[in-house]
Design a protein around this ligand. Structure first.
Ligand code: DQA
Length: 163
């Protein structure tokens, strides 16, 4: 059975009560349960983790080596400055798909910089809770070999690759 984690960063533990006009009314528990039950219908074991601390997210992702096949990650604001998290993801043997509930490019300028972008498999932004399921589907597609990956050389050639 495929084993994936859905990982939520800072402030996402308060989903549903945190700025509902921006982030919606769905709670983190409701979101996680929906994803876990979606996984059950697709032969995927989904486990959920949330932390407000970058180090704890890194510990969790590193702890998944040898156990997880992939992860979906909403890094919260760490997406904009979390270089330790970025270095962790760059060194993981499994793919990570980044998700944002909101369209960060329609928001404040500081949210336009996504420092994990070069090291994640891909990103889904602005699709609300649906984005997590889309990310899970994309992850499964990739794990099944159906989603080609740019070689490091191609990516670097375009100037946006892994440093
Ligand atoms: C977010 C966007 C981030 O800019 C913000 O700091 C969050 C949530 C999103 O899901 O839209 O905490 O990651």
């Amino acid at each position: 059975m495929t084993r994936v984690a859905v990982v939520h960063g800072p402030n996402l533990g308060r989903l549903g009560e945190r700025e509902p006009a921006v982030y919606g009314a769905v709670t983190l528990d409701e979101l996680n349960h929906a994803l876990i039950s979606w996984g059950k219908g697709h032969d995927v074991a989904v486990e959920a983790h949330q932390s407000n601390a970058e180090g704890s997210l890194i510990d969790f992702l590193e702890g998944g080596v040898g156990r997880l096949d992939g992860a979906v990650l909403n890094p919260g604001a760490l997406a904009h400055y979390g270089l330790a998290l970025r270095d962790c993801i760059a060194a993981l043997p499994y793919p990570v798909v980044e998700v944002h509930l909101t369209n960060v490019f329609q928001r404040e300028r500081f949210r336009h910089r996504l420092v994990l972008a070069p090291v994640v498999a891909g990103q889904i932004t602005g699709m609300g809770p649906l984005g997590y399921r889309l990310a899970l589907e994309a992850l499964l597609e990739r794990l099944s070999g159906g989603w080609p990956r740019l070689s490091g050389q191609n990516v670097q050639g375009e100037g946006g690759g892994r440093p």
